[in-house]
Design a protein around this ligand. Sequence first.
Ligand SMILES: Nc1ncnc2c1ncn2[C@@H]1O[C@H](COP(=O)(O)OP(=O)(O)OP(=O)(O)O)[C@@H](O)[C@H]1O
Length: 235
Amino acid sequence: MLEMHHIAKVYRTETVETAALRDFNLHVTPGEFVAVTGASGSGKSTFLGIAGLIEAPSGGRYVLDGVDVSQMNDRQRSRLRNQKIGFVFQAFNLIPDLNLRDNIEVPLGYRGLRAAERRELAQAALAKVGLAGRARHYPGQLSGGQQQRVAIARALAGNPPLLLADEPTGNLDTQMAAGVIDLLQELHAGGATIVMVTHDLHLAERAQRIVKVMDGQAAEVARDARLHSVSGSAA
Ligand SMILES: Nc1ncnc2c1ncn2[C@@H]1O[C@H](COP(=O)(O)OP(=O)(O)OP(=O)(O)O)[C@@H](O)[C@H]1O
């Protein structure tokens, strides 16, 4: 689904050159739920920007859902992004003046779907996240956890092969965060491929696999190490 081979990303200013990613390798297979974690400045956002086709890598090869996107220009990348990727952001990014159904329909419009089809997909996505009865409500009438569920519905409405989540519970209290992670786990159980960036190790534990970014490189976190780091037990 997502294959990164020796990805490099260098940011250059007049005086400084920063290697944000260097020899970054990651394979995510269809149906996996992967948490990407790491310290501040380790390169998580840079990874997400490249994975989400927002930025181009400086080097290496990135294959997304069978398509080599390494050499694509901005226009080609953004067209593919609409088809292949559903994004979930920390700040939900819902449009306050649109009701929930219209919020979900916006990106479906970018994909060229007709009105009746958009409506059907939006309603189905709302049902999937348990908010079918709220289609005409506005984001401001919902709790933060519910807003994030709508944002997840928006991300998955067009059935993109890959769901990318950037600190999806960062703006939520513990209980609401747990609900959002439950939902991601449900979607994963239903076959979705999910890559979630989080600095929170407890949340990362809820994923099927954890990858830690250190100094611009990805390392698998072994299961024993995970248990040890969270519970203090190597059992
Ligand atoms: N646009 C940019 N221009 C210059 N340097 C950048 C740019 N974006 C990121 N960097 C640098 O690249 C490195 C990786 O940054 P990145 O934002 O990917 O880390 P992060 O793990 O997401 O951090 P955080 O958890 O704090 O968001 C850092 O040293 C950062 O300063």
